[in-house]
Design a protein around this ligand. Structure first.
Ligand code: SAH
Ligand code: SF4
Ligand code: F3S
Length: 477
């Protein structure tokens, strides 16, 4: 499975009939008495989870309530991911399970949304007979029309990509929400051409959403009691919006500041930062506002300049190291940094793999989302480079990356012990109703006895120990 753009520790809540991978999200039920029931399952990154909220909003207007009960659904949608082969295999296996539900309820409609829909287009209908509907990420406004086509007994496909669509005017239905944290898509698509990556093909050209609609959405969330928003994009640092008459221009640092200024009680996070684009202006904006969280997801992919060039990442190792130093200089040692690393990319030598390990030592990441290379049809790498590292070697290198990364993650947790952290409470601890769980600015999980505190409170917690994956402590005044 693909990693989310950011980590979510409340994904395991929805009761699901069949065994599902832990990072799949099933929409929670909205029971407002609408006539038809929509069951929607989201795979892949946070952008998909966010899109499912837009889809639910569009379909609510068409008379659909969401349900957590697959067996009773009239319409089953899978919002899919293509980032690695395994992500696609998971969806195909899921379709087989859904087929058995459909046999018991013949009127059930089955649709595939998202990146796999975009990649496979109408081929999907030939390959998976159970699928009635194939809709790409820019065509969700067309869903009502496509569904009525399917209601009329036909199959329906719309995979047109757009240069403009940002769904700016659609208020998402917050699915699986804890009522405290929410995600806001600020842009769509990607104009980079990393040679391993399918996203530019499945999501189309990069476009930035109207800054006013973003600020309005964040302000509405604050009014509804939310305490944290995460601004989402494949490359947030290239956010760029201009008003139609050209008199107003907003870059990412300016957008970040506008959202931070809505309320000091609103925490602001963002993901993903591209190492080639993250500017000192963004770092200084973070430093100026206490409520912009001190956590940056800065995927390196490799620690070797030759491999980075083959990956078409457009930065080299010295550039990446300089950006890490800028973060440390402007935001201090406490700012958390995380990465994505790919093990065993085409022609990567053992020495080049060692460079990835030494970059992990250099950056001392708090967290890492690491994968072995999976060739994707149609990408630059698939066309031009040979996928020549044997699977066992890829897996061994990946394990070395994970082990090295965990050493640093544990050290980063350990250095937080003995200090007071401002924690935003998100939920009860998974293990005990007597403990609350929240995160500090650095995105580390903090657990403490609940006392009289509740979800949504900011609590100062003195941290006394760490499990290596969470901080434990007690509230202080
Ligand atoms: N826009 C983000 C990445 C989004 S995809 C960025 O540029 O950093 C999320 C992660 O999946 C990537 O960072 C990469 O590490 C991984 N990934 C993408 N394509 C992959 C592939 N073909 N094989 C293995 N991992 C891949
Ligand atoms: Fe893929 Fe690169 Fe775009 Fe990230 S920046 S989505 S890795 S093409
Ligand atoms: Fe996200 Fe997967 Fe598409 S990572 S953008 S859902 S390919």
């Amino acid at each position: 499975m693909s990693q989310p753009l950011i980590t979510l520790d409340f994904l395991d809540k929805a009761p699901v009939a069949d065994a599902l991978p832990a990072d799949v999200r099933v929409s929670a039920a909205t029971r407002t008495g609408r006539a038809r029931k929509l069951y929607i399952e989201s795979y892949g990154c946070q952008m998909n989870f966010s899109d499912s909220e837009i889809v639910s909003s569009i379909l609510a207007d068409e008379g659909f309530d969401t349900t957590e009960d697959l067996a009773g659904a009239d319409l089953v949608l899978l919002n899919t991911c293509s980032i690695r082969e395994k992500a696609e295999q998971t969806v195909r296996m899921r379709l087989k399970q859904i087929n058995s539900h459909k046999k018991r309820k013949p009127g059930m409609l089955v649709g595939v949304l998202g990146c796999m829909a975009e990649r496979l287009k109408s081929k999907f209908l030939e390959e998976e007979k159970i699928v009635d509907l194939v809709v790409g990420p820019d065509a969700y406004r067309d869903l009502p029309q496509l569904i009525s086509q399917v209601d009329g007994g036909q199959k329906a496909v719309n995979v047109l990509l757009s240069r403009e669509e940002t769904y700016a005017d659609i208020t998402p239905v917050r699915l699986n929400s804890n009522g405290i944290t929410a995600f806001i898509s600020i842009m769509r698509g990607c104009d980079n051409m990393c040679s391993f990556c399918v996203v530019p093909f499945t999501r189309g050209r990069e476009r930035s959403r109207d800054a006013h609609s973003i600020v309005q959405e964040a302000a509405d969330l604050v009014a509804a009691g939310y305490k944290e928003v995460t601004l989402l994009g494949q490359n947030v640092d290239s956010y760029k919006w201009a008003s139609e008459d050209g008199t107003e221009r907003v870059n990412f640092a300016q957008l970040l500041e506008r959202v931070a200024l809505i309320s000091p009680a609103l925490r602001v996070r963002f993901s993903t930062s591209h190492p080639k684009d993250i500017t000192d202006e963004v770092l200084h904006t973070m430093a100026r506002h206490e409520n912009i969280c001190k956590y940056i997801h800065l995927p390196a992919q490799s620690g070797n300049s030759r491999v980075l060039e083959l990956m078409n990442r457009t930065y080299d190792r010295p550039w990446y190291e300089e950006r890490v130093q800028a973060i440390r200089r402007i935001l201090g040692e406490d700012c958390a940094i995380s990465t994505d690393m790919i093990a065993g990319f085409c022609s990567e030598t053992e020495e080049e793999h060692q460079d990835s390990l030494s970059l992990i030592d250099f950056a001392q990441y708090d967290m890492g989302y690491n994968f072995f290379y999976s060739e994707r049809p149609g990408t630059l790498a698939a066309r031009k480079l040979e996928d020549d590292i044997p699977l066992e070697i890829k897996k061994r290198r990946l394990q070395e990356i994970i082990d090295r990364q965990q050493l640093h993650a544990r050290a980063r947790y350990a250095r937080m012990v003995g200090r007071v952290h401002k924690v935003l409470v998100e939920n009860f601890s998974k293990r005990s109703q007597e403990h609350l769980s929240g995160r500090n600015s650095q995105n580390q999980v903090v657990i403490f006895p609940k006392g009289t505190f509740q979800k949504g409170d900011y609590v100062n917690v003195f941290v006394t120990s760490t499990t290596g994956g969470a901080l434990l402590g007690e509230a202080v005044s």
